[in-house]
Design a protein around this ligand. Structure first.
Ligand SMILES: Cc1cc2nc3c(=O)[nH]c(=O)nc-3n(C[C@H](O)[C@H](O)[C@H](O)COP(=O)(O)OP(=O)(O)OC[C@H]3O[C@@H](n4cnc5c(N)ncnc54)[C@H](O)[C@@H]3O)c2cc1C
Length: 258
């Protein structure tokens, strides 16, 4: 459970043209989170009626010192949340709630084979949840048998490969970046169809995960999850954190339209 708190922005820096990494300090003694979880920031920006924009951001940093945490935000067009986070002044207090989410290395299925390998697959901005997860204290037992895969448009899209690689040091046994069509491109689905046999299936066979963590684009993740299920992986061994393109919401929206 979680009640609203305040975090102070203590530093911020830009990475490329779209991304800002923000570091916050929280003074509350009872505050803690587990890497892989996220916060919901209250921007106070009106988005019509009596609603204000509240947006989820995963903790990018590990959970050794919860009173300091980082998040990375990609600016999404003129979206209220991401632009607010890009404009937040150092020294400002930010109301937020959290921690939220179950994308964590605990509550493992009791029959999880302790010798099995772990796949952490992120698309796009979903790499923040992956980094938070693998840098969590609870993830330590998994590190030596974890393969991290990042599907991303380019080095300029969000965080650079070098940035991510540096944060993965000692947190996994392998890291691989696969470049994919942009989020906006209709080619993304076609890419999946084309590359499934040549890239994804071999990758999943190579990793042969007993446990999988998937984060990012809900449409791609749904297909990857299905591929894992089709290959005989049990549902509880696949954890998904969708950042955007939530399949359920899309399905509901389509149902209304038709
Ligand atoms: C659990 C969770 C964790 C998240 N963690 C992060 C994070 O660490 N860093 C981060 O930058 N964002 C993260 N997001 C996305 C974030 O919550 C906002 O959706 C995003 O910042 C856009 O908000 P906005 O108000 O600027 O734009 P909006 O007007 O709300 O968004 C416009 C549209 O863009 C979609 N969208 C959101 N993110 C992307 C993206 N990367 N690429 C393409 N479309 C997108 C939204 O779903 C929406 O349909 C996370 C989302 C969730 C659910």
């Amino acid at each position: 459970m979680s009640s609203p708190r305040t975090a102070r922005l203590v530093s911020a820096h830009d990475i490329g043209t779209h991304t800002r990494v923000l570091e916050f300090a929280v003074e509350a003694k009872d505050w803690e989170f587990t890497g892989g979880q996220y916060s919901i920031v209250h921007t106070g920006i009106s988005i019509g009626g009596d609603k204000t924009a509240k947006r989820a951001y995963s903790f990018l940093s590990g959970d050794r010192d919860c009173n300091r945490f980082q998040i990375a935000v990609r600016r999404i067009g003129d979206g209220p949340g991401s632009n607010f986070m890009h404009g937040l002044a150092v020294g400002a207090d930010l109301p937020f709630s959290g921690p939220w989410g179950k994308f964590v290395a605990e509550e493992l299925p009791t029959d999880f084979p302790r010798s099995g390998s772990t796949l952490v697959l992120a698309t796009d901005t979903g790499i923040t949840a992956a980094l938070g997860l693998v840098n969590s204290q609870k993830f330590l037992p998994f590190a030596a048998r974890t393969d991290v895969v990042w599907l991303t448009e380019s080095d300029e899209y969000f965080l650079s490969e070098g940035f991510v690689r540096a944060r993965l040091l000692h947190c996994c046994r392998s890291f691989r970046v696969v470049h994919i069509p942009s989020v906006e491109s209709s080619l993304r689905n076609i890419w999946f169809d084309d590359q499934q046999e040549t890239i994804l299936t071999p990758l999943l066979m190579e990793a042969a995960p007993s446990l999988s963590f998937l984060s990012g684009d809900g449409l791609l993740l749904a297909r990857i999850r299905q591929t894992l299920l089709d290959r005989g992986h049990a549902d509880p061994t696949i954890r998904v954190e969708t950042f955007f393109n939530h399949p359920v919401r899309k399905a509901a929206a389509n149902a209304v339209v038709t």
